[in-house]
Design a protein around this ligand. Structure first.
Ligand SMILES: [Zn+2]
Ligand SMILES: [Zn+2]
Ligand SMILES: [Zn+2]
Length: 113
């Protein structure tokens, strides 16, 4: 059955590639453990690990690692069901969520509080 042989060969090749990639990754990680990471800003050039410093901010998103950091400020308050704004003095007894808005990029986020 020649068809079967082709699949066995493909599976074998994929298996070998997988093992090689694993070995390469492990040797990179080992190097990082021994000599420290090769930081390029917030991301290690060698193993791809990220850290929470030296980000390359494009507005509120880091170009390198994709982390978002917004400058949230209180925007308004909405009823959960109706979606209309309600007066602050009714917050005690209505189901509601706060809406925060980022002062830099205008992104909004609802929060239960
Ligand atoms: Zn590293
Ligand atoms: Zn980053
Ligand atoms: Zn933002």
């Amino acid at each position: 059955m020649p068809d079967m042989m082709i699949w066995i060969i493909i599976a074998g090749v994929l298996g070998i590639i997988y093992i090689i990639l694993n070995v390469v990754r492990r040797s990179k990680e080992k190097k990082c453990r021994e000599f420290g990471h090769d930081w390029d800003g917030c991301k290690c050039e060698r193993c791809g690990q990220t850290r929470d410093e030296a980000h390359d901010w494009d507005g509120c998103t880091c170009r390198k690692c994709g982390l978002e950091q917004h400058d949230w400020e209180y925007h308004s308050c909405y009823l959960k069901s109706g979606g209309s704004m309600i007066a602050d003095n009714r917050l005690d007894f209505d189901p509601y969520y706060y809406v925060y808005k980022c002062s830099r990029c205008d992104k909004r986020e609802n929060r239960d509080e």
